[in-house]
Design a protein around this ligand. Sequence first.
Ligand code: GRF
Length: 198
Amino acid sequence: MTAPIKLVIFLSGRGSNFQAIFESIQKKKLNAEIVAVVSDKPHSKGVEFAREQGLNTIVRVPNTFPDLAAFESDLLAQLKLIQIDLVVLAGYMRIVGPVLLQAFRGKIINIHPSLLPKYKGLHAQKQAIEDGATESGCTVHFVVESLDGGPIIAQVSVPVFSDDTEETLSNRILKEEHQLLPETIRQIQNQMRNGEVK
Ligand code: GRF
């Protein structure tokens, strides 16, 4: 069997996408290893789950550092100690700055709850409803300097119904996210194996 892809998960909150990846690994649907879980929130549900599972957790609180570069440099010093193939942003509610972007160029992916390039930024599901969209979904994309702006890797669409609330639409999209993210990691792993991604 080939070596598992080594993942670092960045999260800030509930961590349901992280758990979906974790379960895919446990069910052997994804040949991966979570080598670290990074959180900017010490008591997020996601990081607590990671601790319960005995995973390597790295918590850094940004406002205890002078600026973004200092925060990311400190994180990077920790991350350099481990071998990493892919950084997965799974509900990481921060901009990734130049320090991490340069260190992991082309190796950071994010999941966003809209069909990008539509509805970037916060409250994407609410944006879709307020816009009267009849379709929305989720996107996995590479992370670049511009917010939610990097090359799209995979998307899944869901219908938006006239009686949808932010919550009902978010739930419908989230269900798809939990499939799409592990599936996309698998796809990237294949591409890395075939030398299509360095
Ligand atoms: C998801 O909707 C994801 O698309 C967005 O943030 C949310 C994170 O949810 N980037 P969870 O923490 O994975 O449950």
